[in-house]
Design a protein around this ligand. Sequence first.
Ligand SMILES: Cc1cc2nc3c(=O)[nH]c(=O)nc-3n(C[C@H](O)[C@H](O)[C@H](O)COP(=O)(O)OP(=O)(O)OC[C@H]3O[C@@H](n4cnc5c(N)ncnc54)[C@H](O)[C@@H]3O)c2cc1C
Length: 455
Amino acid sequence: MNEFDLVILGGGSGGYACALRGAQLGLSVVLIEQDKLGGTCLHRGCIPTKALLHAGEIADNTRHAAEFGVNAQFVSIDMLAVNAYKDGVISKLHKGLQGLVKSRNITYIEGTGRLVSKNQVEANGVIYTGKNVVLATGSYAKTLPGLEIDGTQIITSNEAMTMEYVPKSVIVLGGGVIGCEFASVWSSFGAEVTIIEGLPRLVALEDESSSKQLERAFRKRGIKFEVGVKFASATKGPEGVTITLENGATFTADVLLVAVGRGPVSANIGYEEQGLSMDRGYLLVDNKCRTNIPGIWAVGDLIPTLQLAHVGFAEGILVAEEIFGLNPRPINYDGVPRVTYSDPEVASVGLTTAIAKERGYDVVELSYDLAGNGKANILKTAGSIKLVAQKNGPVLGVHMVGSRVGELLAEAQLIYNWEASADDVAPLIHAHPTLSEAMGEVHMALAGKPLHAHG
Ligand SMILES: Cc1cc2nc3c(=O)[nH]c(=O)nc-3n(C[C@H](O)[C@H](O)[C@H](O)COP(=O)(O)OP(=O)(O)OC[C@H]3O[C@@H](n4cnc5c(N)ncnc54)[C@H](O)[C@@H]3O)c2cc1C
């Protein structure tokens, strides 16, 4: 009775996508989740942060309303109401997802699971045996040695998501995606924000030009940051949290958000005992997400690929299809769209200039400034779209900064993943006036026929 084609441990993006696709293909599926279906993305990640960012955007729009001839006055942020809005979004999506899982006849088990043999997971004292076991236990917010999370003054994104007040001042330790998104939210909500980043620039995985533009925009917004500096220690006192950097500089704020990355949830659930290969806690897999043990697969933040919800979805689907025998194509991780949803947004797909050069491409690059785009002027947003391309060859990367540029990734990823060249894209007509015209313009410019740009 407890035998299934797929036993899936973890009901986040990776696990539930695998369950839904597996069930759709007619496989029998049990999905075991100890907390809430939907995992980090829905309850503590993508969705709540984007709701907070949207509330922040409304606050900023209200502050700047007069620039558009609209009389409005920004009064204050009511965090209880912001949280009610955010929780309403989560709750609606959570209900929808629960309904979807039910409708596909997936056996859903609430409980903490443990891998007890090469094809069995135990939860609530019951053994679930699978022809295949898919591990999707996700990730947790890391901290640094000597930096203890107390949940009130020194927090991670988990607590930042549910705060009932706007702190007067915040230090954000870590200028990656999560750090920059919270810096953006709190600045919009009226807090004084300082980011501390050990690497030489904010969003250091992005193209250097995108980091520079984000830094310029943050400076303009009054968000302070120090880059290339390492954290040394933190102390708590009546005036707040004081952190000291290795160079001796100190910073004090009401709250310290620790956003130094996420580590895999893989300890004490039987993975080591069964002999699964790991590196720093990440399960090692091949390009079809197979672990070293036949019949055990791993997806999502638990494996060392991009920690993104849509990567988890793709890996979950890939595994279900591979098990069913559809022989799906392995994922091209360079072709995964990436967005930092701060104001301004940073969005990219494909290779940065530096990586393209490292890989030996003869690189050409070109930037189109959003100053030449009608819609960007209407929105009063600054930014650009930069193309990295192989000389006389396909587009190798698209890098964008500006309001709403995340939405332009839909087209950018088609261009990159279909290996289109500037000449292929230049003749495509883009609606006027849209931000997407800038995508057309940058390709027209690279193809040697710029329209609204000096060529
Ligand atoms: C603040 C923040 C913002 C983010 N924003 C974005 C974004 O905008 N876009 C984006 O693409 N990604 C974003 N992410 C990343 C995204 O949330 C993750 O990549 C995604 O959730 C990973 O999915 P997963 O299934 O691997 O893991 P998770 O979503 O973490 O799911 C793992 C699940 O396994 C369960 N579990 C763990 N151990 C056990 C056990 N022993 N028994 C039973 N269940 C168990 C957990 O309870 C959890 O529900 C964000 C993350 C954070 C933290």
